[in-house]
Design a protein around this ligand. Structure first.
Ligand code: ITT
Length: 204
């Protein structure tokens, strides 16, 4: 019986990660499943460090394999903002999108390039080891919201190759190309080729 905590309170992230690991774990928990509210201060300027911090703190508290995702949207015309501060850019998704569109008012298509980045940290409480996986997705910030799928900035993130916004894709379509989808794919390969196959090498 394998369990995994996805150390997030963000339901969108949780559902995506869970759907990408259909055969690897039997039970998934998000932070919403625990009564205790464990504060993890995401105070590093690096996504990777925040992801590691979240995974270690939660994994040590509950003694269960833990994965944490620290991600963000970097917009070229804004010098990489909101980036690491994406979740604090506004108090909810609508507010964050509104603020982004306002900051980009008057900026033409060719200067609206943006990248989503995701760092996933996997932590094993038994031996205190951590592994990190990364993925990114490039696109453009559109002029208005489109679609109702996904979460966060998905309604304004346009993929030229598909001529669609991320929120217009099904979860499976988003998973296939997204920053998180790519990071989880690498994690899944690690689990299936190394981790589950060689537990003794990993001192488990
Ligand atoms: P946890 O820390 O609890 O996991 P969070 O939402 O605060 O949840 P982050 O600090 O990693 O997570 O912030 C990521 C933000 O970046 C997220 O709130 C969205 O605004 C944005 N974001 C990340 N991935 C996204 C995606 O796939 N689609 C749309 N927006 C995304």
């Amino acid at each position: 019986m394998r369990s995994l905590i996805v150390a997030t309170g963000n339901t969108g992230k949780f559902e995506e990660i869970k759907s990408l690991l259909p055969n690897e774990f039997d039970t998934f928990y998000s932070l919403r499943d625990f009564e205790e509210n464990i504060e993890v201060e995401e105070d590093s300027p690096l996504y990777v460090e925040n992801a590691l911090k979240k995974a270690r703190k939660i994994g040590d508290r509950f003694g269960i394999y833990t994965i944490a995702d620290d991600s963000g949207l970097e917009v070229e015309a804004l010098g990489g903002k909101p980036g690491i501060h994406s979740s604090r850019y506004g108090s909810n998704d609508d507010e964050r999108i509104e603020k982004l569109l306002t900051e980009l008012e008057g900026i033409p298509w060719e200067k609206r390039g943006a990248t989503f980045k995701a760092y996933l940290a996997f932590y094993i409480p038994e031996n205190e080891r951590s592994y990190v996986f990364y993925g990114h997705l490039t696109g453009y910030i559109g002029f208005k919201k489109k679609g109702s799928g996904g979460f966060g900035f998905d309604p304004v993130f346009y993929i030229s190759e598909l001529k669609k916004h991320l929120a217009e894709l099904t979860r499976e379509e988003k998973n296939r190309i997204s920053h998180r989808g790519k990071a989880v794919y690498a994690f899944k390969n690690f689990l299936n080729t190394d981790f589950f196959k060689s537990p003794r090498v990993l001192n488990l």
